[in-house]
Write a protein that binds this ligand. Structure first.
Ligand code: NDP
Length: 474
């Protein structure tokens, strides 16, 4: 199939100023730390900035600042806290072009996604929780719900700004104060957010940002003066955190990995299903915890669907994340690229058939062509483990019961998709799937009013919606 040649349409990177170095944001001020690390653009390997690495004393200072701020912040009427959150939401909207470019530079995701998905959802999240701040009594959580205190929050690199919003908006709306650690490879949008807090005149200490690697996260979640831990990331680190928090009285929510089944029945509209499959696994380079990474297709339509899917994949544009035509950007880090490469080689070694459309990958930076594996069985590692990249494992089934059995045969339970023309079939199958979110005839749809979270090794607790308030209230 021939592809239209599009002229390059790059977004200008000059819309955002990146400082050569950034300190830690504690008690409303940027301050230095003993050590630093570099953050790079994964599409070019160019160093973007040098960022402070928070040690135990820095985390101590940040938690102490959050503790001091808690007294007055939690005593404010909800309607006053709401004003700050509305202000933050509006500033994010006003500065969303800068933020989208920054996110794409630091993360590698296509600008059309950071601009049209991440940033609008970030603002929506703050608007939504701003609306709750003065209505907590009516949230169904008792007549006088109280904030917990200082929240220690650790987030991953796949949606840096959106995960920040998921964590900070409900925490502030409910009267808690925050120390947040962004991922080592994507600290810049959280530091930009620190500036947004200053612009909104948020009282010092209500939000503190400590940048660093895994150890900084560990100091934070293990800090004795933290009352609430919220983590999004790998199941392995989630397990460590659950162990270290056990018995301390800290409240904990964990949003971990996934291996979602995207189930296509024989009566599904093929073209729409193909769009949903592409969105499910290639959105954000597949760095999505709820990605539809296992396609379960009914055997009778498998070859027709796969032909269509392959044709569609040849039209995906891989390359410069700042180009507005780009569909698939850069892999976030060399470590992640190595992991995707390794698991894909294991998939081929175990006998699955690998296919990618012809595509030219840039010489510098971290890239992986969109890939599908057919002939995958339940025993294959690529059917069981989270690859967290643009790699789809395709399995087939004959009956709805077999589809459900295969979909649930995973240690995870975060999300699933069902494609069928029949409403009764969708409801019957959704009811049997052990997944926190089930999409029907769509995929990867997010909304701040809708709770999100998993079963089994995908973690516990819900973020978003009224349910998301519960994690921050006693
Ligand atoms: P991690 O779980 O290590 O990273 C998530 C966050 O936790 C980061 O901020 C990280 O810091 C921090 N962290 C690391 N170790 C600790 C610790 N002991 N205590 C507290 N915080 C810690 O994920 P990775 O980036 O290492 O990715 C590994 C794999 O995890 C991926 O290949 C993917 O499969 C999966 N993953 C799943 C995500 C999801 O949303 N489901 C998100 C990210 C990854 P830092 O990154 O700075 O070291």
């Amino acid at each position: 199939m021939s592809l239209f040649e599009y002229a390059p349409a790059p977004e200008s990177r000059s819309v955002v100023d990146i400082a050569p170095s950034y300190g830690l944001f504690i008690d409303g001020e940027f301050g230095e730390a003993k050590d630093t690390f570099k953050t790079i653009n994964p599409a070019t390997e160019e160093v973007l900035s040098e960022v402070a690495l928070a040690g135990p004393e820095d985390v101590d200072r940040a938690v102490a600042a959050a503790r001091r701020a808690f007294e007055s912040w939690s005593a404010l009427p909800g309607s006053e806290r709401a004003k700050y959150l509305f202000r933050i939401a509006r500033i994010i909207q006003e500065r969303s072009r800068e933020l989208a470019v920054l996110e794409s530079l630091d993360n590698g995701k296509p600008i059309k996604e950071s601009r049209d998905v991440d940033l609008p959802l970030v603002a929506a999240h703050f608007f939504y929780y701003a609306g709750w701040a003065d209505k907590l009594k009516y949230a169904g959580l008792g007549p006088d719900p109280r904030p917990l205190g200082v929240a220690g929050q650790v987030i991953p690199w796949n949606f840096p700004m959106l995960m920040l919003a998921w964590k900070i908006a409900p925490a502030l709306a409910t009267g808690n104060t925050v120390v947040l650690k962004p991922a080592e490879t994507t600290p810049l949008s959280a530091l930009f957010f620190a500036d947004v807090c200053r612009q909104a005149e948020l009282p010092p200490g209500v939000v503190n940002i400590v940048t660093g690697a895994g150890d900084t996260g560990r100091y934070l979640v293990e800090h004795p003066d933290v009352n609430k831990v919220a983590f999004t990331g790998s199941t392995e680190v989630g397990r460590q955190i659950a162990r270290s928090v056990a018995g301390t009285g800290k409240k904990l929510t964990l949003e971990l990995g996934g291996k979602a089944a995207n189930i296509v029945f024989d009566d599904a509209p093929i073209d729409q299903a193909v769009e949903g499959i592409v969105n499910g696994i290639f959105f954000n380079q597949g760095h999505v915890c709820c990605a539809g990474s296992r396609l379960l297709v009914q055997e009778s339509i498998a070859s027709e669907l796969l032909d269509s899917l392959k044709r569609r994949m040849t039209t995906l544009r891989v390359g410069d994340p700042l180009d507005k035509n780009t569909d698939i950007g850069a892999i976030n880090s060399r470590a992640q690229l190595d992991r995707i490469t390794e698991l894909s080689e294991i998939g081929a070694g175990e006998g699955a058939e690998r296919w990618s459309p012809p595509c030219e990958l840039p010489d510098r930076g971290f890239w992986f062509a969109p890939t599908i594996f057919t002939g995958v069985t339940q025993a294959h590692r690529i059917a069981r483990e989270e690859i967290f990249g643009p790699v789809l494992s395709v399995l087939t089934f004959r009956t709805p019961a077999e589809a459900v059995e295969k979909a649930n045969n995973t240690p995870y339970g975060l999300s699933a998709g069902i494609w069928s023309e029949k409403g009764s079939r969708i409801l019957a199958v959704a009811d049997q799937l052990r997944a926190g979110v089930v999409w029907a005839n769509t995929f990867n749809k997010f909304d701040p009013t809708s709770p999100f979270g998993g079963y089994k090794e995908s973690g516990y607790g819900r973020e978003g919606g009224r349910h998301g308030l519960e994690a921050y209230l006693a």
